[in-house]
Design a protein around this ligand. Structure first.
Ligand code: UGA
Length: 430
């Protein structure tokens, strides 16, 4: 099938590359010349395990073409995906400027039956808006169909998630477009849910909101565990083993971040408000998440007496492992709060350091995980990178002023640190 993907962020690039690898003729479009140059050279502008190899393969076999022209891409494709960013606007609603602009460009280029697919995360009703844009330009109804096809991939496992989705959601109003979309997704497996456009749009927000709610729930429980002497790891296990609840996304920590949950929880609240519903549950989910990081830092502060003049070794800067993405990363909140209270941070991350350096050039950065602990009064783990798993507590201790560790992801084995002489603290346990 001939497919165009407009926007080469996480969602657009990974989807385009996967569709190309499945044998479709794909054109990925972006307007950023730097990104285009990298992509043409086979270098993904984002870090994602396995992506470079597949990108190089589909460029070499010709299944993927990189372009800066929405017009050309639309003209030569049967299906055009809109996969541009929808960042949160100041009122929390998603900013649809890029979606609107691309919809206009696509509309102006349609000269034969074309399926226009919204893959960007957009509020319920956006499909109708895109339809209106295309109609206003004068494209006859018989020549286009607007579909909602939300994306559920996670950063760090984006290729795997795209190739093996739990479900494919197709929101559509005509059966011919539904058939084409089902055919395109057939090789991927997973349950195919064909529904109306508005329900598909809402499924995306509902999914991210629910996952964020699960984490905030377990994080709220972690506070009760700390107060009562229970252990949140065991509580989450006991809870998640009930199949109706499920084990995933019950890992207590210093809170959720990234480019999706914060934006989409905010979006869910703001969209509900516009529709006339006060989504108090999601407001609490948001608030618990904000408090979780601050509470963790209060515990560090209490243990040290004060953060003023103290040195903090910070391990992990990416919002989660296997990505260099630091958008809404809790590490950044930690860096800023510690600086505000007069402490000094020395940080290490396997791949996200350059991104943090751009916004915080004045903190110290270490070359290795161990070096982050040099002269530190406390070591904080903010991201559970697998390469941190087997680090030797004794080596940290030898470098630190005081052997105190705060494990923000419940990642390390308490006994290993205690045996090495550490005062070990974690989330949701005394
Ligand atoms: C999330 C969703 O999981 C994807 O399904 C969705 O497609 C994506 O957003 C999106 O909308 O584009 P992602 O943001 O890549 O994916 O990362 P997650 O693995 O969901 O993690 C999000 C945050 O939750 C991270 O900060 C992570 O550390 C935290 N988390 C996750 C926990 O604190 N505990 C958990 O049990 C799981």
């Amino acid at each position: 099938m001939k497919v165009a993907v407009i926007g080469t962020g996480y969602v657009g690039l990974v989807s385009g590359v996967v569709f190309a690898d499945l044998g479709n003729e794909v054109i990925c479009v972006d307007r950023d010349p730097e990104k285009l140059a990298k992509l043409r050279a086979g270098i993904p502008p984002i870090y994602e395990p396995g992506l470079e190899e597949v990108l190089k393969r589909v460029l070499a076999n010709g299944n993927l073409v990189i372009s800066d022209s929405v017009r050309e891409a639309t003209k030569s494709s049967e299906i055009v995906f809109i996969a541009v960013g929808t960042p949160a606007a100041h009122d929390g609603t998603p900013d649809l400027t890029a979606v609107t602009a691309v919809a206009h460009e696509i509309a102006a280029a349609i000269d034969k039956p074309t399926i226009v697919v919204n893959k960007s995360t957009v509020p319920v009703g956006t499909g109708e808006m895109v339809e209106q844009i295309i109609r206003t330009v004068g494209v006859p109804d018989a020549n286009f169909s607007v579909v909602s096809n939300p994306e559920f991939l996670r950063e760090g496992s984006a290729l795997k998630d795209t190739l093996h989705p739990d479900r494919v959601v197709i929101g559509v109003s005509d059966s011919a477009a539904a058939d084409k979309m089902v055919e395109l997704h057939k090789p991927l497996g997973g349950e195919v849910i064909v529904t109306d456009v508005k329900s598909a749009e809402l499924i995306k927000y509902a999914s991210n909101s629910f996952l964020a709610m699960k984490i905030s729930f377990v994080n709220a429980l972690s506070r009760i565990c700390e107060m009562s002497g229970a252990n949140v790891g065991d509580v989450a296990r006991g809870l998640g083993t009930d199949h109706r609840i499920g084990k995933q996304f019950l890992q207590a920590g210093i809170g959720w971040g990234g480019s999706c949950f914060p934006k989409d929880v905010q979006g869910m609240i703001a969209i509900s408000e516009l529709l006339g519903y006060d989504f108090q549950l999601m407001k609490a989910v948001w608030d618990i998440n904000r408090q979780q990081t601050l509470h963790f830092l209060r515990r560090v502060e209490q243990r040290l007496g004060s953060l003023a003049g103290k040195r903090v070794g910070l391990l992990g800067l990416a919002f989660k492992p296997n990505t260099d993405d630091i958008r809404d990363a809790k590490s950044v909140v930690i860096i800023e709060e510690i600086a505000r209270k007069g402490g000094k941070v020395r940080a290490y991350d396997p791949i996200a350091m350059d991104n943090v350096k751009r916004i915080h050039p004045n903190i110290e950065y270490a070359d290795t995980a161990y070096a982050a602990a040099d002269d530190a009064d406390v070591l904080i783990l903010a991201t559970e990178w697998e390469e941190f798993r087997d680090l030797d507590p004794a080596q940290f201790k030898a470098r630190m002023r005081q052997p105190i560790v705060f494990d923000g992801r419940r990642f390390w084995d308490r006994q290993c640190f205690v045996a090495a002489g550490f005062d070990y603290h974690t989330v949701g346990a005394i």
